[in-house]
Design a protein around this ligand. Structure first.
Ligand code: PLP
Length: 420
């Protein structure tokens, strides 16, 4: 590869050499002018998913009606195994697609604390995603256990030292995000899992910002439990179901707190008492979202076809290129890099800090570049390897420079919208 230059022709050279470029056409792109750098919030729509959803609605539902349940009933397992194989490094029978991340977190956290009798402390960190912190606060209040919150630097991700200091023989569970939602800081799953295990606790990894973006090796890392969403890098659409992972040898030991009929052994016997199904099925609750689960399968299949190693390699090139352009153009305009500079410690997005991050994010949307704003003063940009070109990164950064240099955002109301 030629060496970096802040010239558009350099981006065009990188695009010409990009093996993943043909995947751009596998996505619906109605507006070819739009530069979409928010696939870490809501992934774009794959063409095949659009067709498959139409088929499920028109044929399976429209014609097959209730008879289609004979096939649909397999979907949570089938989609889970597909995620496990292509994206999570998990052998079949350990991942299941169901519920939201929030609900899955609650189920697994509760079951994990039960599985460590005599221990009454749960650890998380102060920069973890809000729903994770709230669910754990709620559980701690309901169970009368202690929630120990360690400090994480907002721009760098989890500190191994802070975690080591907080661990002791009262700790039942540590719940952490693998990739930090704000900075994109990537934790060393194997190392932290080992540290947590040495203290006798279980670990629950939130993979929302890592699944489909960075290689995840759940089995090889020795992780106990994990949850994640499918509407970000997996491109399964708004409100598509989440997934959960329970390592095989823990499945018989853990009992989740929501005793629904989909987790029941011999579900259609309609028996009088709850008797959990063996294996990962016991972590289901109620009727699964079929249209969403089908989209999870298609999303995982598409990422699997591209291959996670190739995706990660391009993602690192994209984010490194974005940072190089930011260094070249933006530092004199009041920006700072608020993500790890070491690519090995960074997930799929780059965060920039600026006092006027909110109005800048809005002016950027007017310039046809969609990223997003995160509190308190951060702009997140996610160049996603399947859909983003290097030329788009160049153009986006060029427009960001223009917006900041000319203060074209001065007319944007200062109060952020309800959804940012
Ligand atoms: C997006 C995200 C969630 C979302 O949870 P839902 O229940 O799907 O709304 C949770 N945790 C993290 C780390 C996220 O990035």
């Amino acid at each position: 590869m030629t060496t970096f230059s802040a010239d558009r022709s350099y981006a065009q050279e990188l695009d010409a050499a990009d093996q993943l470029a043909p995947f751009r056409d596998r996505f619906v792109r109605q507006d070819r002018e739009l530069i979409y750098l928010d696939g870490n919030s809501l992934g774009p729509l794959p063409v095949r998913t659009q067709a498959r959803i139409a088929e499920v609605v028109d044929q399976d539902w429209g014609v097959g009606l209730v008879r289609s349940w004979d096939r649909w009933i397999q979907l949570p397992r089938q989609a889970g195994d597909m995620l496990g194989e292509h994206l999570l490094g998990a052998v079949p029978g350990q991942v299941i697609v169901c519920d939201s991340v929030t609900v899955n977190l609650y189920k697994l956290a509760w079951a994990a604390v039960d599985a460590r009798p005599g221990r009454d402390v749960v650890i998380t960190d102060d920069d973890n995603f809000p729903t994770d912190r709230y669910v754990l606060q709620g559980m701690a209040a309901q169970r009368g256990c202690e929630l120990r919150v360690i400090h994480t630097d907002m721009d760098n991700g989890i500190s191994e030292e802070a975690l080591a200091e907080a661990l002791d023989d009262r700790v039942a569970l540590v719940a952490l995000s693998h990739v930090a939602y704000r900075s994109g800081g990537l934790a060393d799953m194997t190392k932290l899992t080992d540290l947590i295990h040495r203290a006798g606790a279980l670990v629950l990894w939130d993979l929302c910002h890592s699944v489909g973006a960075v290689p995840v090796e759940l089995d090889a890392s020795g992780a106990d439990l994990a949850v994640g969403c499918t509407y970000k890098y997996v491109n399964a659409g708004p409100g598509a179901p989440g997934f959960l992972y329970v390592r095989e040898d823990l499945q018989a030991l853990l009992c989740q707190p929501i005793w629904g009929w989909f987790g029941q052994h011999d579900q259609f016997a309609m028996g009088p008492r709850y008797d959990p199904a063996p294996g990962i099925d016991s972590f289901l609750t109620g009727t699964p979202n079929i249209i969403g689960s089908v989209a999870v399968e298609e999303g995982a299949r598409l990422l699997g076809e591209a291959g996670l190693a190739a995706l990660r390699a391009k993602s690192i090139e994209l984010t490194s290129y974005l940072i190089a352009l930011a260094d070249e153009w933006l530092m004199s305009l009041g920006f700072m890099i608020a993500s790890p500079r070491d690519a090995a410690r960074r997930g799929g997005h780059v965060t920039l800090r600026h006092d006027d991050a909110w109005p800048i994010s809005q002016a950027l949307i007017r310039a046809n570049v969609v990223g997003d704003y995160r509190t308190p003063d951060r702009l997140r940009l996610a160049p996603v390897p399947l859909t983003t070109s290097f030329t788009e990164v160049f153009d986006a950064m060029d427009r960001l420079r223009e917006v900041a240099a000319t203060k074209s955002y001065a007319d944007v109301p200062l109060e952020p919208h309800r959804v940012t």
